[in-house]
Design a protein around this ligand. Structure first.
Ligand code: TMP
Length: 216
């Protein structure tokens, strides 16, 4: 039975998830909580290899079902080898993306449907669910601008495959994440990611303290 808390960050492109994961980890460590940050697709050596297949190259490189299977395969590795063992040892785990991304990207935006992804996820990882999911929400045009600026000049192959998908895809993605939040209000909180970074961090900290009943 897992004892550490499991927190996930979700949302479209350019919402500042990675920065906010770092800031939340630092705040938790300051309060004496043992926490491990990770990401999807990726988090373990094998899952990072699968990530490379997914995040670079032409947008049409994979069929939608192939993508859903690859993300699920990476998640199976990640949950089995990192997330579950760490939670069971009492460590908190914070993941930059998790199963809601497959519902939003492949289920809604790539139109495979929620049911199909839910079945696949159950097969890949069983019943494990985050204790809290923070959905960083902002208009897609602002997020894509930010993601483009961030991606310029980096070393290695550009991780911009999903950014290249059209405006309709990114709007469906945003609607998909908001639908997930509406269906599971006990687990998910929507955070306005268009606000300045410090205000986003403060909203996240307040939510974590309230939802997970942190005594600080
Ligand atoms: P990142 O940019 O947040 O690191 O994530 C890599 C990309 O992978 C991002 O564009 C979203 C996409 N993705 C999916 O399409 N399905 C998934 O299940 C996950 C975890 C990510």
């Amino acid at each position: 039975m897992p004892v550490g808390k499991f927190i996930t960050f979700e949302g479209g492109e350019g919402g500042g998830k990675s920065t906010q994961v770092e800031l939340l980890c630092a705040a938790l460590i300051k309060h004496g909580i043992d926490v491990r940050a990770t990401r999807e697709p990726g988090g373990t050596a094998g899952a990072e290899e699968i990530r490379n297949l997914l995040v670079s190259g032409a947008p049409g490189r994979w069929l939608p079902a192939t993508e859903a299977l690859l993300h699920s395969a990476a998640r199976h590795e990640h949950v089995s080898n990192l997330i579950r063992p760490n939670l069971e040892s009492g460590q908190w785990v914070i993941s930059d993306r998790f199963a809601d991304s497959t519902i939003a990207y492949q289920g809604y935006a790539q139109a495979l449907g929620r049911n199909c992804i839910e079945q696949l996820t159950r097969f890949a990882i069983g019943e494990i669910k985050p204790d809290l999911t923070l959905i960083l929400d902002l208009p897609p045009e602002i997020g894509l601008e930010r993601a483009k600026a961030r991606g310029q000049g980096g070393a290695g192959p550009a991780e911009d495959r999903y950014e290249q998908m059209g405006a309709e895809f990114h709007q469906a993605l945003r609607d998909g994440f908001l639908e997930i939040a509406k269906r599971e209000p006990g687990r998910c909180t929507v955070i306005d990611a268009s606000a300045p970074k410090v205000l986003v961090a403060a909203a996240i900290w307040k939510t974590v303290c309230e939802r997970l009943e942190l005594k600080i």
